[in-house]
Design a protein around this ligand. Structure first.
Ligand SMILES: [Zn+2]
Length: 58
């Protein structure tokens, strides 16, 4: 399994309130903050691999 080095991008964790697009640090699953509710997304545990780390896309 490929592991993305932690020092290449800013990492966010479960419970962080974020806006924008994020990918799971382990499996690359994409999550996008909603248009409603001021566009704030509270980062979840990854539903695919249970990782607790996310990195911003773009
Ligand atoms: Zn994942």
């Amino acid at each position: 399994m490929q592991r993305i080095p932690h020092d290449e991008a800013e990492l966010f964790e479960v419970g962080d309130e974020v806006t924008g697009r994020f990918r799971c640090a382990s499996c690359d699953l994409l999550v996008v903050s909603p248009q409603e509710n001021d566009g704030v997304l509270v980062l979840p545990t990854c539903p695919l691999c249970a990782s607790e780390e996310w990195r911003r896309v773009g």
